[in-house]
Design a protein. Structure first.
Length: 173
């Protein structure tokens, strides 16, 4: 391997360093945004929606109980020939029970997806961590090396080239 370098443009190294800095900043921002969005989604599904549907189960259970009571009341009154009221009460109970089942199904669905979502979040973090580590550790070091290279090359260019010895200096008469 040669001990010499063929540098044709210090500006290219400086430009590359600037672009690398921009990339690092954009990559950091993208990782932060993706992480925040993933956490927000996980929190929304596993906390907000779960709490919502659990409260809906309570609310809908109360509605179903009210519909049962109303249907029971209509059965007692049916002896006085209010068949129409009884069919409406049955339909209201059927609807209330269907809505309760929907809320219970939502809670079961969230419970089913919870480990899947948590596993996906763990996988995402495992995949994104090496890039994050590089952006925080190795990249600043590489940027420093590029800066030192530019400084060394500029210092080298600032040196005056050696001059050829004159005839007088060479011992000529």
């Amino acid at each position: 391997m040669s001990d010499t370098a063929r540098v044709t443009s210090i500006q290219s190294i400086q430009d590359f360093r600037e672009v690398l800095c921009l990339f690092a900043e954009e990559a950091r921002n993208a990782l932060i945004a993706a992480d925040m969005e993933a956490r927000r989604t996980l929190n929304f599904v596993l906390n907000d929606r779960l709490a919502y549907w659990k409260s809906e189960i309570k609310r809908r259970t109360e509605k179903a109980n009210q519909a049962r009571i109303e249907m029971h009341r209509k059965k007692l009154v049916q002896a006085n020939s209010e068949a129409k009221g009884l069919s409406e009460a049955r339909e209201a109970l059927r609807l209330a029970l269907a809505r309760l089942e929907e809320a219970e199904q939502k809670v079961r669905t969230i419970a089913k997806w919870k480990p899947i979502l948590e596993h996906a979040m763990t996988e995402y973090r495992a995949q994104s961590q090496p890039l994050s580590d590089t952006l925080q550790g190795e990249l600043p070091h590489a940027l420093g090396l590029l800066e030192k290279m530019v400084a060394a090359l500029e210092a080298y260019l600032a040196l005056a080239p050696p001059t050829a010895p004159s005839a007088a200096e060479m011992g000529g008469s």
